[in-house]
Design a protein. Structure first.
Lengths: 191, 191
């Protein structure tokens, strides 16, 4: 039994290992090779994913056919198209492993059963979403406030390991930069 | 007793009017004149607001001293700096009435008591945040995908009443445009 989700839940609500044994039964563990895809754009989105190890990203294809990363999820983050998930509607997003990853997956139907049997999980997800929602608005504030160059430097200072671990072209699209421009910024750092 | 929040809660969870009478007791009604401010940047953020009537916006002051609207909230929307609220930390945001407004306000301490006595509200807020979080990521996708001109036209087509009701300079900062550029776009529509 994986206890990583247990530790994450315990940050927000009070459960014991006995209740966790029941809770974990609603999740499916999934092992992903690099570039394995969990959801394809155009499909119905009815699952959410918790990253145990590795890194996932959600991307969409823009009007020019380019892949643009809209979200990353590393250890202890939830990822999906939350709006499509809420409505069980089609998503524009592809959710893919950036590197070898271990995730826990839960379907909408299973989550409803989980919440009904373990209402404490409503409190857990409320708090997880509160942080995610707040962070998404903060990200908008950064985009409105800082130049692309400043955003890269702030991102690198806040998440140095991340910038080194993730392929450069993904970091570039996440920050709204071209890979060429990001390459210039990184070489500035070295010089 | 205001029943607008009752109808909103009923969209997501099952409560009766008797339980609602207890729930509404945790909220304070606030009447705002145009430009009245609920939270100032630099203050601790420990309240969330539900708009019954009118319109609020959250803005921050950018490096050039300009006010930039990061969120709007009209009828049936919740607004605050959710990340600061989660941590009861200082916010950069000012939350202000755009027009005469009626809101319900709840403090973090009161919300904790509400959730403890009425756990069904954990499910309500989980779902409200799920939609808000999903919508914030969709907004990022729009910013990454469309030109500023396209974003304005899409926004106008989706929320025509909104664009006519809200002062033009607020719509402009929300969309990341200058008021002058927005003015040009609007005049194109007329010609």
């Amino acid at each position: 039994m994986d206890i990583k989700l247990y530790h994450h839940i315990k940050r927000f609500v009070d459960i014991d290992t006995k209740e966790y044994e029941q809770i974990i039964g609603y999740f499916d563990p999934v092992t992903l090779a690099k570039k394995d895809t969990l959801i394809y754009g155009g499909e119905k989105c009815d699952k959410i994913y918790f990253v145990l190890e590795g890194c996932l990203h959600a991307y969409f294809i823009d009007n020019n056919g380019a892949e643009k990363t809209i979200q990353f999820a590393i250890k202890d983050w939830w990822i999906t198209d939350f709006l499509a998930y809420h409505h069980r509607s089609k998503t524009d997003f592809f959710i893919q492993a950036v590197e070898v990853s271990e995730v826990l997956c839960i379907s909408y139907a299973q989550q409803q059963k989980l919440l009904s049997c373990h209402p404490v999980m409503d409190s857990y997800f409320r708090q997880v979403y509160e942080i995610g929602y707040g962070a998404a608005i903060k990200r908008l504030q950064y985009i409105f406030t800082y130049s692309k160059e400043e955003i890269f430097y702030r991102f690198r200072d806040e998440f140095p390991e991340f910038v080194n671990r993730i392929p450069q072209y993904l970091v570039a699209t996440y920050l709204g930069l071209t890979p060429e421009y990001l390459s210039k910024l990184r070489s500035k750092k070295v010089s």
